[in-house]
Each structure stands twice: as structure tokens, then as C-alpha cells.
Design a protein around this ligand. Structure first.
Ligand code: IPD
Length: 268
């Protein structure tokens, strides 16, 4: 049997599945949405659509590639030792989805031997779709993406986000208080995967956040990196739970150093 683990094949499947997933999210949104449960805190909600969309993606992936592992936000998994692992956020920006703010996405990435090689982020509300393959560039539809050419951190529009736990949010707000006098302004749009894609297209100059899970940044991180952004953690660490910083090389160092000084990866 020929296995197709090349990034372009994996991306084609990811895009087709993400489109069906977005359609389901939209149909369920139109029918009305309620939080059905909470997760880490009372404001960390899950809707029936988060679960239904994750199940649809799992089923579709299983049909095409039954041997692959899937790590998803709602049902976990992905621990089996398989060459290909999919990383899924069925609805990134769940709070936006709940409030009908058009900034929520299906985020789906494919890892081969632990390295993300393909990813799609599809804003379900607008149909905007960002894709990337490792070494193959980043795109929004057919348009090749390049991160911002801004070189002055003082002129940079920076995206960020906040966790769901009160103590973490307080720490994040203190960090933001130290940062905001050194940048043009801040944006909190509510879906990390989309924020990363906006860095890829230069609509945001940079982005950082503490507390992201792999499903929040796997696909968008590849899109940003393939558009020329550096996507890292702080102090030599890879992007992960402690910190994700995405910025073009000219902004990355000063933003990184300021975040490090402000102990942005520390705290609860
Ligand atoms: C959240 C969003 C938000 C970010 C949070 C994430 P969810 O994901 O990406 O922008 O600030 O850290 O948890 O819960 O909507 O899938």
C-alpha cells in the first residue's frame, strides 16, 4: 500500500475536511448556540457544535486515513505512536462563536514524525481560509503571504489573548500593562489560530500569548512561519504552553526581550 504522507496530500485532505467542518459549525450557529458545559473555569465554555464538529472531523479523517492519530481540543487523544498525527481545534474562538462575533475558525494541522508539515485555518464565519505546507509557503486562498515589513516595535500592532483562569488573566494584564507603552496598540480578537494567520498576512505586525495548547497554534503557527515570521517561545524555548511569540525577524527580538523582561511566560 502506498501511504501518502507528503505535505501537499495531507493539506488537500485537511482543507476538504475543514470546509465540511466549517459548514457544520455555520449550520449549528444558524440554529442557535448555547454553552452546554464549562471546562477549566466558568467562562471556558464548550458548545454542542464544538463536539459535533470535532466528531465530524475525526470521522472524515478516519475514513481517508484510518491509521492516523488525532489530538483534538474536545476529545483529547493523539497519544498513539503513528507517523501522522492530526491536531484539531474544531472551533477556535468558542466565545466569539457563542456571541456570534465573526471570528472563529476550524484549525487543523498534520504532523509527520512530530513535525507540523501542513495546516489549514478556516474562519467559518467569513470563509477566509489560510493554508501552509512546510517549505511550501503560506497562502490565503491563492495569495502568497508575507509577514509585516514593520521594523519599529513602537509602530507595531500586536495581537494577544487571555486564558480562562482569573489569576492567569491578572498576570497577563500586568504584562500587557508593561508592554502597551512600547507598541502602537493591542488587539484581542479571540481566536489564536486566526491571530497567527493575521501575522502571516501582515494584518497584525506581531502576536504573543501565554497558555496556548497545540490545537490553538499548530496550524496557524505553520502559516505564520511560512510567511516569514519567527514563531518561538521565550529564552530559547519552542512555542508552547508557556509562550508563543510570532513576529517578523525585525520585530521578534525587541518584542521577545520585552516579554522576557516582563516575565510573560511566568506567573500562574
Ligand atoms: C481560545 C482562543 C483565544 C485565546 C485562548 C484560547 P478556544 O481558544 O484561541 O483567542 O486567547 O487562549 O484558549 O477556547 O476558543 O478554542
Amino acid at each position: 500500500m502506498v501511504t501518502m504522507d507528503n505535505p501537499a496530500e495531507l493539506l488537500a485532505l485537511a482543507v476538504s475536511v475543514a470546509r465540511s467542518a466549517s459548514d457544520l459549525a455555520n449550520r449549528m450557529r444558524a440554529a442557535g448556540v448555547d454553552a452546554v458545559a464549562t471546562k477549566s473555569t466558568a467562562t471556558d465554555v464548550v458548545t454542542a457544535a464544538d463536539r459535533a464538529v470535532e466528531q465530524l472531523v475525526r470521522d472524515e479523517l478516519h475514513k481517508s486515513r484510518p491509521g492516523d492519530a488525532v489530538l483534538g481540543e474536545e476529545y483529547g487523544g493523539g497519544q498513539d505512536q503513528t507517523a501522522v498525527r492530526w491536531i484539531l481545534d474544531p472551533i477556535d474562538g468558542t466565545v466569539n462563536y457563542l456571541y456570534d462575533l465573526p471570528q472563529y475558525a476550524v484549525s487543523l494541522a498534520a504532523e509527520v514524525d512530530g513535525v507540523v508539515v501542513a495546516g489549514v485555518v478556516r474562519n467559518a464565519a467569513t470563509g477566509r481560509e489560510w493554508t501552509a505546507t512546510r517549505g511550501g509557503g503560506a497562502f490565503c486562498g491563492p495569495r502568497r503571504l508575507r509577514a509585516s515589513t514593520e521594523t519599529d516595535l513602537g509602530q507595531a500592532l500586536v495581537g494577544t489573548g487571555f486564558g480562562y483562569a482569573a489569576e492567569r488573566r491578572r498576570h497577563q494584564a500586568r504584562v500587557l500593562g508593561g508592554l502597551i507603552g512600547h507598541i502602537r496598540d493591542i488587539r484581542r480578537l479571540g481566536a489564536a489560530s486566526i491571530d497567527l494567520c493575521l501575522v502571516a498576512e501582515g494584518t497584525l505586525d506581531a502576536y504573543y500569548e501565554k497558555g496556548l495548547n497545540p490545537w490553538d497554534h499548530a496550524a496557524g503557527g505553520l502559516v505564520a512561519a511560512e510567511a516569514g515570521a519567527l514563531v518561538t517561545g521565550l529564552d530559547g524555548n519552542p512555542p508552547g504552553l508557556d509562550m508563543v511569540v510570532a513576529a517578523p525577524p525585525s520585530l521578534h527580538q525587541p518584542l521577545h526581550d520585552l516579554l522576557s523582561k516582563l516575565d510573560a511566560a511566568g506567573g500562574p
